[in-house]
Design a protein around this ligand. Structure first.
Ligand code: GLU
Length: 472
């Protein structure tokens, strides 16, 4: 057996092991490494809410991994599986992720032990508002100290409630709406935030396919066109990634593994249809665009080119990693591959694009939203028409010289950038430059070997530099 034999580590231990592996290649002092690695604080709040005639006690967490930059940033998840180890691991990933994609945040994460399906909308609102109050009185939600965002089980709706509750408590703070990101656009959110993490996965894959050496390592030719993809989890991230990759890049989603079952279609699944089918509450069995079978956690081990785990942590572990047949895994979820499985997959030559990079689209666009909130102006509002006027002038001058343009070209060229155009361009740029920083680290230090270790290396070096410069 490989080094991967033995006991599986929990999520936090897994992240620490991957961190330590990368740290061992730096020349940063062990004491500073320790400071960077540890989680600064985890707050547990227990609070009661009177619902259905009884007081129910809820447990929530907000973990602050690193405050080397503030505010600290990271989502809040609603799930019965939430526990301290999990939020600490996720908060640590937020620190490294933010450093890697150069957003000026420390890392944090929160969670509420709750199954959102157990409560109706009104009840969820009361629970969320009360949770927000508990966080606010400890400054664990605050535009300049700690800025939550959506995660598993939460979305725009919960962020709207949180923002509103915070604003009521801080009605003289002009920046109050910057206390959370992932809000609906009409409440200070930003275009493109909902799709952002999935969009980032698409941009990461597009960038991978621009690098011939990486493609060769993974055993690929050509581009994304026709590549066979298995997606695990059709939540917000999995849905958007699968939709964009199939509709815009010509990839084939040959299987989607969901809690309710597995859908397979070698010709490619129509993701929009499947998503709408699931949302409508219809039985998965009734979906006509593919073969539907019972839930199967091992469906991710079927033959394919690319595997996108986009649901929970730890789904690829030491007992199934040997069976994975994908050439490339792109981690859309946080921590889907355990440290033990990572070793097995590396030994097998599977190319892994790590979570810290692959799912950084969410926090990147959250950063744009936060900047927009603090600036109190929509991106592009001042420049758009001015840009259009100048572009129109040029086209008209060239047309006067008898140069002809198609209608489509003229329209596309003249149109000034909307907020969504700018957000997508900023995200694409972020994903490309982070990829190039990871590659740069690998080129300078070939002993790092893989993208995950190199991504950790870039993040750790950046945080160390921060501490070294301020003389801590
Ligand atoms: N929950 C997302 C993540 O894990 C987004 C965090 C954010 O936008 O702050 O990266």
């Amino acid at each position: 057996m490989s080094q991967a034999s033995g006991k599986e580590l929990n999520f936090r231990q897994s992240v620490d092991l991957m961190f330590n592996r990368a740290a061992s290649f730096t020349d940063i002092s062990p004491k500073l490494i320790e400071k960077i690695r540890v989680c600064n604080a985890t707050y547990t709040v227990r609070f009661g809410v009177k619902l259905r005639g009884e007081v129910h006690t809820f447990t929530g967490y907000r973990s602050v991994h690193s405050e080397h930059k503030e505010p600290v940033k990271g989502g809040i998840r609603y799930s019965l599986d939430v526990n301290q180890d999990e939020v600490e691991a996720l908060a640590a990933l937020m620190t490294y992720k933010s450093a890697l994609v150069e957003v000026p945040y420390g890392g944090s994460k929160g969670g509420l032990c709750i199954n959102p399906k157990d409560w109706n909308e009104e009840e969820l609102e009361r629970i969320t508002r009360r949770f927000t109050f508990e966080l606010a009185r400890r400054d664990l939600i605050h535009p300049s100290l700690n800025v939550p965002a959506p995660d598993m089980g939460t979305g725009e709706r919960e962020m709207a409630w949180m923002m509103d509750e915070y604003r009521r408590l801080n009605n003289t703070n002009i920046d109050a709406i910057a206390c959370v990101t992932g809000k609906p656009v009409h409440l200070g959110g930003i275009e493109g935030r909902v799709e952002a993490t999935g969009r980032g996965v698409q941009y990461a894959l597009q960038e991978f396919f621009r690098h011939d050496d990486d493609k060769k390592k993974a055993g690929f030719r050509g581009n994304l066109e026709g590549k066979k993809i298995i997606v695990q989890g059709l939540g917000n991230v999995g849905y958007h990634a699968a939709k964009f990759l199939s509709e815009e890049d010509g990839a084939k989603i040959i299987a989607v593994s969901e809690r309710a079952g597995v859908v397979r279609n070698e010709k490619g699944i129509n993701i929009e249809k499947l998503y709408q089918h699931i949302r409508s509450g219809e039985d998965l069995d009734k979906f006509e665009g593919g073969k539907v079978s019972d839930p199967d956690p091992e469906a991710i081990c079927a033959a394919c080119d690319i595997l996108i785990p986009a649901a929970l942590e730890g789904v690829i572990h030491m007992n199934n990693a040997h069976n994975v047949k994908a050439k490339l895994i792109i981690e859309a979820a946080n921590g889907p591959v355990t440290a033990k499985a990572d070793k097995i997959l590396r030994d097998k030559g599977v190319f892994i694009i790590p979570d810290m990079y692959a799912n950084a689209g969410g926090v990147t666009v959250s950063y744009f939203e936060w900047v927009k909130n603090i600036g109190h102006i929509r991106f592009g509002r001042l420049q758009r028409r001015n840009q259009e006027a100048k572009q129109r002038l040029l086209i008209e001058a060239l047309q006067a010289k008898d140069i002809k343009f198609s209608k489509k070209f003229k329209q596309e060229y003249i149109d000034g950038a909307s907020e969504l155009d700018l957000v997508r361009a900023g995200l694409d740029d972020t994903m490309r430059s982070a990829y190039s920083n990871i590659k740069g680290a690998l080129e300078e230090n070939p002993e790092l070997e893989d993208m995950r270790t190199a991504a950790f290396y870039v993040a750790i070096s950046d945080i160390a530099l921060h501490y070294q410069s301020i003389g801590l």
